[in-house]
Design a protein around this ligand. Structure first.
Ligand code: CMP
Length: 147
């Protein structure tokens, strides 16, 4: 089983769509093994988005990320990284099709409502940034193969 990291950006709580977005991941059969609502600080946001430092949208991206609480999650499932990236849809607004989270809920690339790790290396780094080991609660599906 693979793990991935997801962050629901401030617009999700502001628009009261947290339940709907989380449901997309659960319906697919992914397991939530960690989840918390938090307001991240500037250092965490800068570390998280370090690869975008210097890009023209960087300052606005930080401003948006810091504008309200986010929901951080760890999801587990087979090929979770690519499955979640496909559920989220492409970063660029013009590429995200209806049926994906970004395709259905985002009207601007910068406000694309969800962040999902793009590789196993990012997963490890992002989980370490947002969660302590004791906050992760792994569980199994028992004897039933629901998904
Ligand atoms: P996310 O998956 O959180 O990773 C980096 C974020 O930068 C991305 O989602 C968008 O919110 C933002 N972003 C990436 N490319 C652009 C762009 N061309 N214009 C504005 N914002 C962008």
């Amino acid at each position: 089983m693979e793990r991935t990291f997801v962050m629901l950006k401030p617009g999700v709580l502001q628009r009261r769509i947290a339940g709907e977005v989380i449901t997309r991941f659960e319906r697919k059969g992914l397991r939530i093994i960690a989840l918390k609502l938090l307001r991240i600080d500037k250092t965490t946001a800068e570390t998280h988005y370090a690869e975008h430092r210097g890009k023209d949208f960087y300052e606005k991206l930080l401003e948006y990320t810091l504008s309200g609480p986010v929901i951080a999650m760890i999801l587990e499932g087979e090929e979770a990284v690519s499955v979640v990236r496909r559920l989220a849809g492409p970063t660029n607004l013009g590429d995200s099709l209806p049926g994906t989270i970004r395709g259905d809920y985002a009207a601007r690339t910068r406000l694309n409502i969800v962040h999902a790790s793009d590789s196993p290396g990012s997963v490890e780094r992002e989980i370490d940034l947002f969660f302590r080991p004791g906050e992760i609660c792994a569980w199994e599906d028992g004897n039933q193969e629901w998904f």
